[in-house]
Structure formats: structure tokens, C-alpha cells
Design a protein around this ligand. Sequence first.
Ligand SMILES: [Zn+2]
Length: 397
Amino acid sequence: MSHDTSGPSGPSKLVIRNIGILLSGDLGKPILDADAIVAENGRITAIGRAKDVDAEGATVVIDAKGGGLSPGLIDSHCHPVAGDWTPRQSQLNWIDSCLHGGVTTMISAGEVHTPGRPYDIVGLKAMAVSAQRQFTNFRPSGVKVHAGAPVIEKGMVEEDFKELAAAGVKLLGEVGLGSVKDGETARQMVAWARKYGIQSTIHTGGPSIPGSGLIDADIVLAADTDVIGHVNGGHTALPDKQIRCLCENCGRGLEIVHNGNERAALYALRTAKEIGQLERVILGTDAPAGSGVQPLGILRMVAMLSALGDVPAEVAFCFATGNTARMRNLDCGLIEVGRAADFVLLDKPQHSAGSNLLEAVQLGDIPGISMTVIDGVVRTQRSRNTPPAQTMAAVAG
Ligand SMILES: [Zn+2]
């Protein structure tokens, strides 16, 4: 396991060629007509046909061997604690395992599993600032973990949010996991957070573990968080009519998680599709949780939603990449010049009934990953967690 915190150590030029299927992460054009990407010093500088891009002076060349490439996957909902350790199921290296499942960016929905987590206001602010610093200073296996997400508690005032923002906190943890469980108080605090540039999410549905509570559609609508956290419950989902109400009556992010109700996930997806708002759909795992850690959780969601929710595979990949990047103002998640060079090289798994990557995913198979790249640096080669890919990308020079 590497403990890389930085991007490339010196000037670098990465060239990836022979890409068979180039997924953009953009719902507007999910497949690009290109077979090569160039990234300099960790940023995408060119996308096109190999003959047209400037590959001169490459420091690393990757041969995709005709396989697929996607932007690095983004887990919109996870619960990190300290480095690559989680006390939730006493696991080490769970983030590294997720990287082997294609996840290059994670967003904390609160460091709520921290043993002895403080509930007093001074303590919760200190913990948030500390977590933000820790995961900025230390990236487990290179994965970008956006952490430092305080859970709001009764008694917080506007000044607290101003202070958190000034200290570098950019996220709230799930509203509802603390003492604030009513719409009116939540709405006020979420508005203060938003005023100072802090994004918010909420725990939607029944209690997840002993100690948490029910958050129904009325509270979610009143709180007006930027993201409707696990609209499919975590695990216990709201009734269908409340899920429909959330889809139809606000424009906020519709987050679907692995550790939620799968039937409700499909219902939310179909409703978003019906109202023509697939750009609101983003994916998370909600791991670690009672259901454990799912290194392939995001890939499993992409395959499940594509296979059972009747969306093309290339569209389902957008839920885990470009949609999340746009909603959360991240500089990754899309294959565009200027974006971070975070990639997953993948293909249909060996012996899939599908003829290519997209068909395999639409049939519900989990793709095989042969490489991950973060900030233009190769982080992993053949995944230790996915089935083996039909074609294996290789470092050519
Ligand atoms: Zn939750």
C-alpha cells in the first residue's frame, strides 16, 4: 500500500492510447469519439485520435489494448474515520480496496464512526477541522477523500458555520444523525452553511443504526439540503409516494446508495428518468456500515441500475462520475481538458455474456479493472477485487 499524498513528483506527461470505449462522464455525450488522452502534470491536456494528439515527450505511456476508460469513480457518501482504518467493522485498508473497485474520490457524509465522537459544539467543530486536515494531508493510496463533515447539533449558531467555513470545512455530515431532527431547525442551519459555501446532505429514511431516527419527506423538503442523502434509505426506505414527492418537488441531488433499499433505488431512478432529470442522480456506498465495506459498491450500483433500471451503461457511469462532480463542484469526474487526470481502465469481465464493456454492464456483470490513475499517476494495475478484465491495459513505456 502506498501513502501517496501528492501528484506527480516532477513534470510528467501521461499518454493513454488504444482506448476502445471512452466514457466521458457527461450525460450530454457519454461516449467520446476518441481513442487517446494526454495529461500533463496531473491534468487532462488533450483528448482525441492518437494521430492527432501530441504524444511527444511522454514520461508514461499506457496501452489500453482496446479496452474501456472511465473517469475515476466518485463515492458521494462514505464515512471515513482515520486514514485507511474504519472501526465500523474493524477493517484496515478499506479505501485501498475501494480504489481497486475504481473509486478515486470519496466524499464524507460525516466521520460519525469516530470512537468517542464529540456531540458538544466546540468538540464537533474541532473534529471536523481535524478530519479535513487529516485527509488533505494524507491520501490513502492516493484516493482523494473529502472529509471534515460535521453533524449539526442543537444550539449551533450562524457564527459556528462561518467559523467552520473559514477553517476550511466544505461539507456537512448527514443532517439527522445528530440532535437536529426537525425541519425548521435543519433548514436554518443548512441555510447558514450554504451562506458560507458549505455543502449539505441529509439522512433520508428510517433509522440506520440504533440511535439514529426517521427523516421523512417533509423534513427533507424543509431542510433543503444540497443533496438528498440516500433517497433509497440507509437501509430503510421511505414509502414510494414520499420518494416520488422528493423527486418531483425539489431540484436537489438524488443520491442512491449501495447500502440502501435496492427496490427503492430502482423506483427513484425510474422516477428521475420519467421527469427527465437524470442529471440529479448520483451514487454512493454509505460504507462502512452495518453491511460492511463494499470495495465494488459503486461498480455494483452502476451494473444494477443499468441492468434493472433500463439505462444504458454509459449513462449509469455518469451517475458515478460527471453528475457527482458537477453537483459537488469537483475538478475530476469528466473527461475534459483541464480536469484532473483520474481514470479507471476497465473492460468486460472474462467470459461475460456481453460482447463488450457496455453490454456486459447492461447484463448486470461487474466490469474488470486493469488500472487506476489519479492525478496522472498510475496507482494500481490489475484489480485484486474485480473479476479479471477481458483486455488488460499495460504501461507501455
Ligand atoms: Zn444515513
